[in-house]
Design a protein around this ligand. Structure first.
Ligand code: ADP
Ligand code: MG
Length: 698
């Protein structure tokens, strides 16, 4: 089996440990040798020269050589071997917590050593903890002639084995070469090296290479690989779009006028932006080619009603609609509010989630299969294999930025598989609150048409945001008391605990108990992701109905929750959250007529970055500005959602860093589709893999 390595991204900038699910590197052994060439170093070390001890600084990684002056075992908190090493320019300490007797004996006074490691300031001056070291015999081994690459090693696949495999692959370049897939004219024009030169460089940067440029990912060799990778993704998405355009969909014309009836029954009229976007959606739905449209708009701009109107058009044409949300909480809320709109029109809404009792789930499955459920709302459970629709005409995906491109495409594929016996492909409507800059959107969503809702419903007052230190907690609690006495409602968002949802839930429980005690006049309830679905549902309903005044919650309420009377939000440990997340959370208030506020509680000391984030969120409510700031501050990882949205798994490219390549990538993609179709397929196989094609298969 030929499997591509699923690396997140393999260039410096991001530390190796930032949460990417461990790639299936253990399977690298099964890779074609050429694939090894595309397993790129995470970072590099300069081991090509020996640094005099006197010139060392804390934080550096360096090669040093010297003579052992003293080796002794000391017993402080733990048994430690300390070795004093000197080279005439100065001395430093090597510190070992684990060592064998043989090792200690080999480090006798007078022994000459070459060591490598990270320098830090220790109690006795500069030191290296557990250096890599080797005894120098005679003149010693020659130093390496290239920078030392550090590959993304994992358990079972060590640095040494990776290096050896890459080495073999590099050697085989001499005999078999590697296909150049970029147009030659582009290389000349854009000043990019050939693939072979780029690969040789990134795996073996020569002596004297500026590590800073490499670490920043700005070296032409890296830019060339990034270009090729972005191109491969762009081409795949464009292909997908072309294929989709060849399919047939049912033209949804709503002869019974269900959309008009739905809109007439709403307590408000659509904003100009909603009307315009709905027109775009309706004209897509009216033709026999599948729609693939993304509706982007800031939190609170009213995307749900656009989706509902589209659903009405499908149902009014006799088709079923699948409406998917990323969390159970949101799916339940949608089911409730859509039912309130659709029940009076005689349309059946059903709910399908993973945690439903078996009996309800069976009923929902049955209703989807028979067609009696016209609007099926659910989590990704909606697209599991056993789900069959009788006549699916439209799938709607809400908050798609929570899913990621790859997952979105898989979902679309499943949506289609569910109706595969039919000649019709469902239309797709995708909604996202993450505003992203245009060039980025044209790459990430190259397979989609994009509509933007750039207006909020009238009468909204911007949320007032304040940044307050944790010590002022008591004053904030008093403020909640006051607001609730005045008939308002509030959210208290508990800190995100990355390591465990369980910990987050138990921390939230404690906070809820403390707040309930501090606010005896009000009803305080707790909501977290681990609660049984029924209980969550009940609490959300009570909060929506106003019988609960303060909702203490984990970040489960981040997406989509909509209770207009809630006008105060406190976010604890706001300094730990990303900008996109803070903006989404804050979007839960400011939905009604009254002025809303958001209190960002932080625990000092604030890092530079946290301070900048909190200032950005305090200073504007505009999602597009926040997104731009986010991009400046930390690249698109956060902006596009931590679950690594972006283009599937980017190995080399970084969408923020390489954004300036995107226009050229698009132009090249168009050129290649016309002129070099055979290279298009080869690029996809090289970067994305054969099995894991973008989107649908067949
Ligand atoms: P989002 O775009 O974040 O999904 P929602 O669809 O949840 O936003 O809408 C936010 C709130 O605004 C909802 O309570 C919705 O009923 C309300 N709303 C939507 N459109 C309008 C409108 N044109 N006028 C007034 N209120 C509206
Ligand atoms: Mg929404």
């Amino acid at each position: 089996m030929h499997t591509q390595p699923r690396l997140k991204r393999a260039l410096p900038q991001q530390p190796a440990a930032t949460g990417a699910p461990a790639p299936k590197l253990a399977r690298l052994g099964a890779l074609h040798p050429d694939d090894m060439l595309f397993v790129l170093p995470l970072r590099y070390e300069d081991r090509t020269r020996v640094v005099p001890i006197g010139a060392l600084l804390p934080g550096m990684r360096a090669v040093v050589e010297g003579e052992v002056l003293l080796a002794e075992i000391v017993f402080r908190r733990r048994r430690t071997l300390l070795v004093r090493l000197a080279d005439g320019s100065g001395s430093l300490t090597l510190r070992f917590f684990y060592f064998s007797n043989a090792q200690r004996e080999g480090l006798a006074r007078g022994t000459r050593l070459r060591c490598h490691g990270e320098l830090r300031r220790g109690p006795l001056g500069l030191e290296i903890v557990h250096p890599e070291y080797r005894r120098i015999v005679g003149l010693g081994e020659p130093l390496p002639q290239t920078m030392t690459p550090i590959y993304p090693a994992t358990e079972g696949l060590t640095q040494g084995r990776l290096r050896a495999a890459v080495e073999r692959a590099l050697r085989s370049l001499d005999t078999s070469g590697v296909a150049e897939l970029l147009p030659e004219s582009l290389l000349g024009r854009a000043g990019l090296p050939t693939l072979r030169a780029a690969l040789e460089f990134v795996h073996r940067p020569p002596v004297g290479t500026q590590l800073a440029e490499l670490a920043a990912g700005r070296h032409p060799a890296q830019r060339r690989l990034a270009f090729e990778e972005l191109l491969a993704h762009q081409l795949s998405l464009m292909e997908l779009r072309r294929r989709l355009r060849r399919d047939h969909a049912a033209a949804l014309t709503d002869p019974v006028g269900l959309t008009a009836r739905l809109l007439a029954a709403l307590p408000f009229s659509l904003t100009g932006a909603q009307r315009r976007v709905l027109d775009e959606v309706e004209s897509d739905l009216g033709v026999a080619t599948p729609m693939a449209r993304l509706v982007q708009g800031d939190v609170g701009c009213g995307k749900t009603v656009i989706a509902a109107a589209a659903a009405a058009r499908a149902i009014g044409s006799g088709a079923q609609v699948a409406f998917m949300a990323p969390t159970e909480l949101l799916a339940e809320q949608h089911a409730r509010s859509l039912a309130a709109w659709f029940d009076p029109l005689g349309v059946t809404v059903s709910l399908l989630t993973g945690s439903q009792p078996a009996r309800m789930r069976r009923a929902a499955l049955q209703a989807a299969a028979s067609g009696s459920a016209q609007l099926c709302v659910g989590t990704h459970a909606l697209f599991q294999e056993e789900v069959r629709f009788s006549n699916l005409g439209l799938s709607i995906i809400d908050e798609q930025h929570r899913f990621g491109v790859q997952q979105r495409l898989q979902l679309a594929a499943k949506g289609n598989a569910a109706t595969s016996q039919r000649e019709h492909t469902p239309h797709q409507l995708i909604m996202s609150a993450t505003p992203i800059p245009r060039t980025l959107a044209m790459t990430l969503y190259a397979d989609l048409d994009v509509s933007i809702v750039d207006e909020l419903p009238p009468g909204r007052t911007p949320v007032r945001t304040v940044v307050v230190p944790e010590e002022k907690r008591a004053a904030i609690v008093a403020r909640i008391d006051e607001a609730c006495r005045a008939g308002r409602q509030a959210y208290w968002v508990c800190p995100l605990i990355e390591e465990s949802e369980e910990l987050a839930a138990s921390a939230a429980e404690e906070t809820a108990a403390a707040l309930a005690e501090a606010l005896p006049a009000h009803r305080v309830e707790l909501l977290h992701g681990r609660m049984p679905s029924k209980q969550k549902d009940r609490i959300m309903q009570q909060f929506a109905a106003g019988t609960v005044q303060l909702l203490v919650a984990t970040t489960v309420i981040e997406v989509g929750v909509d209770v207009a009377n809630a006008s105060l939000m406190v976010i604890e440990n706001a300094e730990r959250m990303g900008l996109a997340q803070l903006h989404q959370l804050r979007g839960r208030v400011g939905r009604g007529q009254q002025e809303s506020s958001c209190v960002l509680l932080y625990r000092a000391p604030l890092s530079e970055m946290a301070r900048a984030r909190l200032a950005a969120i305090r200073d504007t409510n505009d999602g597009f500005r926040i997104a731009r700031r986010d991009l400046e501050l930390r690249g698109p990882g956060e902006l596009l959602g931590r679950r690594q949205t972006g283009l599937a798994q980017l190995r080399v490219a970084d969408l923020a860093r390489d954004a300036d390549l995107l226009d050229e990538v698009r132009a090249t993609a168009n050129q290649m589709l016309q002129a070099m179709p055979e290279r298009v397929a080869a690029l996809r196989i090289r970067w994305i893999g054969e099995r894991e094609q973008y989107g649908r298969v067949g």
